[in-house]
Design a protein. Structure first.
Ligand code: ADP
Ligand code: MG
Length: 691
């Protein structure tokens, strides 16, 4: 690989800046895709088509210039231009310097009569002919016309010290130097079949498309590549999991399962019974289980997971139950301990708070096989935790984990059964791509007697009064805020400030506070007090989002609701409506922007997690929801799983054909694909084994 330092203008200092963007080699730079494209063509040549940001550009002849001082330390250099469409005006702003003339270069370049291009932002939406100038180029600068102006130009994610202009130049040069050599790894009949442009041409076009058509084609090429590779990786992973054989066998003895069922105090729903059935069938099969259990908030997934863990325990196997947060792990521990009262099963909790001698003895017991079920956070179950015979890994609330963590957890329990639980329903095409290695069980029903939570938007005062009344009449309330501390954003309410401020308002009622920065001991105490009804009103952050189960909680007030995603709003709402009393959810919003109005409307309209998730995917795009994008997980740089459904379908179809003809990708024409998979999904993500 050629180091980035071989490029003109890139010394050690710039190389370090590139390094921050993950660009080390020329190849990294070539595949550093733009996040958008600016249409810098003159107004009469623009195309109103997707992916392009319309960038205002003016092309004209300099009529006169004016150099002005403002009252502050700012200086303005105004250029008046003659254009075919009339007069236009561009203003350059610079900080005054006592030592030199900041506008000397401009004065030299922008001589009267000279024809130039200027880019910038309109100073006023009503006067599009007045730009606050950004970049300018002489009209006879042939090099600039290739890279910067009069064309569609790429917009890259940048870092402090690297300008868009420099980045464009660097990429352009890298393309001249190396694009022809990038090769292709797809078997030749695939691009042909799908009408994909050649890889080298696509690479040039993805950075510097001549027009929108080229851009669409180039994107299609790379989206297809990414999705085909991802699809292959999951399919290979799946085959590898299914091909393994467990070195133990289960017998449903019911020595624990029966007393557990009798202890429950309720009958399983049909959905739960069905899920348990499928899971038990998997666990008793020779190949390790890899199953995703999906069920809306409150559908009772914990009981299902516990049944699976008890089957393991009956057969002398250990289970681990991983939760995304400490609070949730503690909740689960309390819940499981309650369900298992009187049974000969040892459950322990391991979080970052368990330290010193206590931790040491717990780990020793675990390694000696004296603990049947270990509950903990995902983080804790990482290093240094040794089991005697781990046979079942349960991961709760998967939507909080990225794909990468999942792969890591997977690697932990060698041939252990894996059960992943999520409340986020995933449409089929997405499930195929993202969880392609998992089997799916869905709990479609809810425990009987659940009443839908009445949801409405409310003003802050109304919501607070409702909270006071609810607490006074025997219910309990969550007041959720988006941040712990106050920020500069005046529209944003914080847990700490509101907790202070509301003391007076809720005088005589017991108010508690809960957020992620409290010491663990205190968090636990607050949760216990709230569960026991000693705290009536809980002021909290999103930490209570998942899993917390207090049936007497009847009112959920979400402040700054516009800041929360639909999945979070729905999860938060799911914290109430768990008991006999009617429950409500009040959404208090402040500054409304973007798609928040749409989200809040969706919340008011439906209580079905499935419908919300469909809407959410529609509103936000799937990558973000499923934690692919935000964790930078997997190599989807161009593809968006929700948007690119058609290409995904094609890629998956081609994948299936490829694998059925050549399951191990050992044919000569598939060697390129195999190498690509090796670098990405075997070496880099440790997802599959291609050795
Ligand atoms: P989730 O699927 O969101 O994790 P939980 O497992 O936390 O849901 O269950 C929510 C609540 O419903 C718990 O209080 C649980 O004890 C209760 N529950 C679970 N199954 C049933 C059932 N079949 N009948 C009545 N209540 C149930
Ligand atoms: Mg749960």
């Amino acid at each position: 690989m050629t180091s980035i330092q071989f490029l003109k203008g890139v010394g050690p200092k710039r190389a370090e800046l590139f390094g921050r963007l993950g660009i080390e080699s020329l190849e990294d730079l070539l595949f550093y895709f733009p996040r958008a494209w600016e249409d810098r063509r003159p107004a009469d040549r623009k195309e109103p088509l997707p992916f392009l940001i319309d960038a205002p550009v003016i092309k004209g002849r300099v009529k006169r210039v004016r150099d002005m001082y403002t009252s502050g330390r700012l200086r303005i250099f105004k250029v008046f231009l003659d254009t075919p469409f009339g007069e236009a005006e561009a203003s350059f702003f610079k900080r005054h310097s006592p030592r030199f003339d900041v506008f000397a270069p401009l004065r030299k370049d922008l001589k009267e009569g000279r024809e130039i291009w200027v880019t910038g932002t309109p100073e006023d939406p009503l006067f599009l002919s007045r730009l606050r100038a950004d970049e300018y180029y002489p009209a006879d600068d042939a090099a600039a016309l290739k890279v910067h102006i009069g064309r569609i130009v790429p917009v890259y994610p940048l870092t402090e010290g690297l300008t868009g202009r420099f980045m464009r130049e660097a990429v352009h040069e890298a393309l001249e130097a190396g694009a022809a050599d990038i090769g292709d790894f797809l078997p030749p009949d695939l691009p042909l079949k799908r009408g994909l442009a050649a890889r080298d041409i696509s690479l040039k076009a993805v950075h510097f498309p001549a027009n929108n058509f080229e851009l669409v084609q180039a994107r299609r090429r790379f989206i297809y590549e990414e999705l085909l590779l991802l699809g292959l990786a999951w399919a290979i992973k799946r085959a590898q999991t299914r091909g393994a054989v467990k070195d133990f066998a289960y017998e449903v003895k019911k020595t624990l399962l029966t007393p557990f069922r009798n202890n429950l105090g309720f009958a399983l729903t049909a959905g739960q019974a069905h899920a348990i059935n499928e899971i038990f069938t998997d666990m008793r099969a020779p190949a390790p289980m890899a199953r995703l259990l999906q069920g809306d908030v409150g559908s009772g997934k914990t009981v299902v997971a516990l049944s699976a863990m008890l089957l393991a325990a009956e057969n002398g196997g250990q289970s681990v139950f991983a939760a995304p947060t400490e609070i949730l792990a503690e909740q689960h521990f309390i819940t499981l301990s309650r369900f298992l009262k009187g049974l000969k099963v040892r459950v322990e909790l391991l979080t970052a708070r368990v330290k010193g001698a206590e931790r040491k003895s717990l780990l020793a017991d675990l390694a000696a096989g004296k603990i049947d079920i270990l509950v903990g956070t995902h983080a804790v179950i990482g290093d240094g935790v040794k089991f005697s015979n781990l046979r079942l890994v349960v991961v709760d609330e998967q939507h909080r984990f990225g794909v990468r963590q999942r792969a890591a957890l997977r690697a932990k329990g060698d041939r252990a059964d894996l059960l992943i639980m999520t409340a986020t329903p995933i449409p089929r095409t997405l499930a195929l791509a993202l969880y392609g290695d998992l089997d799916l069980t869905v709990i479609k029903d809810m425990p009987p007697g659940r009443k839908p939570v009445k949801t409405s938007e409310a003003a802050e005062e109304t919501a607070l009064m409702a909270a006071r009344d609810e607490a006074a009449s025997g219910g309990q309330v969550y007041l959720v805020y988006p941040v712990i501390e106050e920020t500069e954003d005046e529209d944003m309410r914080s847990v700490k400030a509101e907790f202070e401020r509301l003391q007076g308002f809720f005088r005589g009622q017991s108010v508690g506070v809960l957020h992620g920065r409290l010491p663990g001991e205190q968090k636990k105490k607050v949760m216990e007090d709230f569960a026991a009804g000693r705290i009536r009103i809980l002021v909290a952050t999103q930490v209570i989002e998942v899993g917390i189960d207090v049936p007497n909680a009847t009112l959920m007030v979400i402040n700054n609701a516009e800041r929360f995603g639909l999945a979070s709003l729905h999860q938060l709402r799911g914290r109430v409506g768990r008991g006999r009393r009617d429950s409500r959810c009040l959404l208090v919003s402040r500054a409304r922007g973007g798609d928040s109005a749409e989200r809040l409307r969706a919340m008011v309209q439906t209580s079905s997690g499935f419908e919300l998730s469909e809407k959410d995917i529609y509103i936000r795009g799937a990558g973000e929801i499923l934690g692919v994008r935000q964790h930078g997980d997997m190599d989807l740089r161009m593809a968006d799983l929700s948007r690119d459904k058609e290409i995904l379908a094609q890629a998956l179809e081609d994948r299936d054909a490829l694998l059925s003809a050549d399951p191990s990708l050992s044919l000569k024409e598939n060697a390129g694909l195999r190498r690509r998979l090796q670098t990405l999904y075997a070496t880099r993500w440790h997802l599959i084994d291609l050795s």
